[in-house]
Design a protein around this ligand. Structure first.
Ligand code: ATP
Ligand code: MG
Ligand code: MG
Length: 569
């Protein structure tokens, strides 16, 4: 019963259904398998899959694999895993390369119609002839080749007779167009290179604009959502769809129907929305790849990376990412989103979804002198303060505890409410202690606090209601499990690492403190966590059992997010 979302994309879909233009809608998510998906893709995924589902339609996952030089099977698999993890199921899994034969037949049709020609200009000449925003372009000297010659040359391009760069197939549109994308753009190029899906079957490959438009048409996509930078490409998109007209020429789809695929061609509509940008990070696959390859991060799934794999390992949940995308909304306004918005969504999700535990990450020994050395106790703690459904757990308690070092101050700063020499503090769920003695080592470092427990202040007793300023968390030093705790923070120390105006590159702005590993202690029930299970460690933040390295006997927890926004000022 979520409220109806009212953005301009959904309004278009709603209108198309109301007017009877479409009875069912169909979208697609079309990543190029040339890297891992990042949080920007999560926005596109949530829109493509989310809108289809909201309107009773379906969404295809299409791997846009038209450029073999940067693509790999590794990414094809990872993309599928990421989409499923986010909580979406595609209608069909397709590859743009599944349609290469259809695209080829479409190109021959364009040649026969006089809408495409084989051009022998070099890449450099093409650039030169293209003109600029202020100058119209000039027509290629090969523009008026006969249909027969074009067809012959294009077939020989396919047959592998020419070297890379020697010829292209270009759409014949308008060299004087104010839109440079329409100045006879290339639609096929020669590449003598194996493809991750089609192997050596092809040595000519379609250009993105042509393949994308036709891919959408082949699948009967009704609403083709993409980011704003494609707005200027829309006239070319429409030109390709209209001139090839797959919906009106089912014979062009024969290679697919022969292979058992359904006839679905329709005329798609491209709709552009703004890209997601987040501060304190970089987002393009190229830059993320560079971080991985230079070893500046520990791989694509480094918990500091904005990749879905990195966010997942950091402890981000699918629900928190979907909440984030919902909260952003959809518009045509490009903007920079504050990283804290993303963190807020994770806190919101985990506040409700994560059980509470106690952990100490910077331990200081606390000895309760009025409990016997062999005193052992087990205290029942609720797992969630607001949800009884989480049940309770047993927390071991004895005369030796660990507390956080910064919960004690020998010389307290103003307003300090925790433990000081001679002062009292409440141990969460255990009673009130008074600090009698501060034990130091030879260098003057505090190594142990000796305290007495007020025996009338145990949970449930009248004396427990005594007003005490501070409550601190603790773990039993006899029962707690030693744990590797990875404290992650933002990867970059400036809001716009990519700005470049200071003459520096994003690599110069890495936050040197973005990963700190410490040894802490957690209560036994936290050590039993399954990999990827999240907890709120009371007063510290949300932590997740590391997906790969955590084991009950050797726990490893990653800090997902602190409880409060420590970057706000
Ligand atoms: P990058 O520039 O990071 O390499 P891309 O746009 O080349 O990304 P594609 O694989 O082509 O990546 O993207 C697949 C889909 O995801 C496209 O529809 C694209 O518009 C969308 N997308 C990519 N980045 C973002 C982003 N930052 N915000 C919203 N959508 C995005
Ligand atoms: Mg790309
Ligand atoms: Mg792209």
């Amino acid at each position: 019963d979520a409220p109806l979302k009212q953005d301009f994309v959904r309004q278009i879909v709603r209108d198309d259904i109301a007017s009877g233009k479409h009875t069912a809608i169909k979208t697609r998510f079309p990543p190029e398998p040339n890297g891992y998906l990042h949080i920007g893709h999560a926005k596109a995924i949530c829109l493509d899959f989310g809108i289809a589902a909201e309107f009773g339609g379906v969404c295809n996952l299409r791997l846009d694999d038209t450029n073999p030089s940067r693509e790999d099977m590794e990414y094809v698999t990872a993309i599928q895993d990421d989409v499923r993890w986010l909580g979406f199921q595609w209608n069909e899994l397709r590859h743009a390369s599944d349609y290469f034969e259809v695209f080829y037949l479409g190109a021959e049709k364009l040649i026969l119609q006089g809408d495409a020609f084989v051009c022998d200009l070099s890449a450099e000449d093409v650039r030169e002839y293209r003109g600029s925003l202020t100058e119209p372009g000039r027509e290629s000297p090969f523009r008026n080749r006969s249909v027969e010659e074009n067809l012959d040359l294009f077939r020989r391009m396919r047959a592998g007779e020419f070297a890379e760069g020697m010829r292209t197939l270009r759409a014949k549109i308008d060299m004087a167009s104010g839109n440079i994308n329409l100045r006879d753009p290339a639609i096929y190029r020669i590449k003598h290179m194996a493809h991750q899906n089609t192997g050596d079957a092809w040595c000519i490959y379609p250009m993105y604009d042509y393949a994308h438009a036709l891919g959408d048409a082949v699948e009967g996509i009704t609403h083709s959502l993409c980011t704003l930078e494609f707005e200027d490409h829309r006239p070319l998109y429409d030109w390709c769809v209209d001139k090839v007209d797959l919906a009106g020429h089912p014979e062009l789809l024969k290679p697919l129907t022969d292979a058992g695929l359904p006839l679905e061609a329709a005329k798609p509509r491209q709709i552009e929305f703004s890209r997601l940008n987040i501060n304190y990070t970089v987002m393009s696959k190229r830059k993320l790849m560079a971080l991985v390859q230079s070893g500046l991060v520990d791989g694509w799934d480094d918990p500091r990376m904005p990749t879905l794999l990195g966010l997942r390992r950091r402890g981000y949940t699918p629900a928190s990412l979907r909440l984030f995308v919902d909260r952003l909304g959809v518009s045509k306004q490009n903007s920079m989103i504050d990283f804290s918005v993303l963190e807020g969504c994770l806190r919101e999700d985990l506040d409700a979804a994560a059980a509470r535990r106690m952990a100490v990450i910077d331990p200081l020994k606390l000895v309760i002198t009025n409990l016997a050395d062999d005193h052992v106790e087990s205290l029942a703690f609720p797992n969630h303060p607001k949800d009884e459904g989480f049940g309770t757990r047993e927390v071991p308690f004895s005369n030796r505890l660990w507390i956080e070092r910064d919960d004690f101050a020998e010389v307290p700063p103003k307003g300090f409410k925790r433990l000081i020499p001679g002062g009292e503090v409440r141990l969460r769920g255990a009673g009130i202690v008074r600090c009698d003695e501060v034990v130091k080592d030879a260098d003057g470092n505090v190594v142990e606090l000796r305290v007495t427990l007020d025996p009338e202040s145990r949970p449930g007793m009248e004396g427990a209601n005594r007003k005490i300023k501070g409550t601190i968390h603790w773990v039993c030093a006899r029962a707690a499990i030693e744990t590797e705790i990875r404290l992650y923070d933002r990867l970059f120390s400036v809001a716009d690492p990519d700005d470049g105006s200071d003459g520096k590159s994003y690599e110069d702005h890495l936050n040197p403190d973005s990963r700190r590993t410490v040894t802490g202690y957690i209560e036994p029930s936290a050590a039993q966590a399954a990999p990827e299970q999240s907890f709120q460690f009371e007063r510290l933040g949300y932590f997740v059992a590391d997906r790969h390295d955590h084991a009950a006997g050797k726990p490893v927890f990653n800090r997902s997010v602190t409880l409060r926004d420590i970057w706000a000022n």
